[in-house]
Design a protein around this ligand. Sequence first.
Ligand code: NA7
Length: 550
Amino acid sequence: MTRQTGTLTDGEAKTYDVLIVGAGFAGLYMLHRLRQIGLSAVVLEAASGIGGTWYNNRYPGLRCDIESLLYSYSFDTELQQEWKWSERYAAQPEILRYIHHVADRFDLRRDIQLDTRVSTATFDAERAQWKLATGDGDMFIGRYCVMATGCLSVSNFPFADQIGAFDGEWHHTSAWPHEPVDFTGKRVGVIGTGSSGIQCIPLIADQAAHLTVFQRTATFAIPANNAPLDPAFEADIKSDYDAWRDKNRRGEIFGGGDLGWHGEGSKSLIISALSLPAEERREFYESHWQRGGAHFAGAFPDLLVDAEANETAAQFVREKIHEIVKDPQTAETLSPQGFPIATKRLCVDTNYFATYNLPNVSLVDLKAEPIECITQTGIRTAAQDYSLDMIVFATGYDAMTGALLAMDIRGCGGIALREKWQSGPKTYLGLAIAGFPNLFTITGPGSPSVFTNMIMSIEQHVDWIAHCLDYMRSQGLQVIEASEEAEENWVKHTAEVVSGTLFDRADSWYLGANIPGKPRVFMAYLGGVNAYSEKCDEVASTGYEGFRLT
Ligand code: NA7
């Protein structure tokens, strides 16, 4: 392979060594790594700006639930030392500023093509190359294709076919306008109480004349206790940054993103939640609650595997909701029931529950009165019509597989990925797919992805792919394909790992349960980031075991 950026060799198609789809954290770092090893690449991005989900999402209150000092690239020492985060959890504008800073610092923009939505990706087995086409007829050719399309990038918009009836203003949290949205004096309805809903609800309530929240499933949420980043704390972490990054990679930081009490690490007890007397256990949960953040779910190691242990944590949070929310009926409606805590993404909030004490906020329980339709003037439930000036849809994403299946991806013999994944995604390590040679998925289904600090997992995958392509070149190889057998074994292993947990007891997006008709398959690998990356390294060091190289 030689560097031949944008060479016109096939009609109007431009040819590269590698085609990268998506200019979020994954696509940007992939481009940087490929340049380092001397391969030509282009990043194709559907949006009009870089940043992926941090470009498209910009609703009020949006911030990351992984601590900023970890939710950032680790690949460049100077970058991580010099960049200064302002808060414990960075808000979206700051994260997007950081992404732009990285793009400029590493001169990435010249190989990124914006406003370019890939609609088809086809493997030409004879030439051993991928052809990507856009709806506008642009064509790109590359020996390899890397899908850096994100786990949460395609909206779930269940009311899309009805919204035309509504005369008012409406927005989906996942595709928020770039101009400020003014809720002042408006009657606003929010549908959805996942992470997006619970982040924007308090800020909308501050402005709106009246806010009506339409809740289908109550949410477990833990206070973020967000605050300006203490310079002494920052200096402390940065003085030993590589060690913290290593801990993160080894899976020693719960959920991938909590630096623990004053940076001394996660404070978990390695005993069953049930082995402590109730009062002591309560105090322990209280200390986690006061500290704030998703680490709450890691207070005891059995919370996600033992239903009785889990219930102690769930009950603690329900009691907190009843303490915070003054109206007992509202508190009860807000108290999650029927699924274990943290088997749906545990939310991290700022003033979410307290918002329901405001006189201009009301809650509609969609379990009692389901939405019937969107009307010209608002929302009709089974009980009544709600008149609204604005509706915010915080209804989430077609997670993990949505962006990949939105394209028509065809592998050997023209087989469609949509067909192959009809009964759920199948991959080898979440990185490769049998029947789809030379195609890689960054943080694809079957990898730890959304259960980790995504940036850390992105870096691990990108480094692995770059190493693999370097190896292919050095060995004079042109095609790499996961074997059916390796894929089958991996799919079986990921299913076995999750079967020992409580995750199948909730209708979560991890299982695709939020999308009608989507196969109910747990889509992430839960065996731990350490075991996972060791497995990836072992595969590479054994000459890519489980892959066919030709
Ligand atoms: P989520 O977490 O999937 O939340 C979506 C919310 O929208 C959730 O409360 C859903 O209720 C609700 N929803 C979805 N469809 C409907 C319909 N048809 N009617 C009423 N309510 C509905 O998405 P987010 O954007 O909040 O967060 C996604 C991830 O981004 C998050 O987990 C972080 O990782 C970052 P349900 O619970 O399905 O009953």
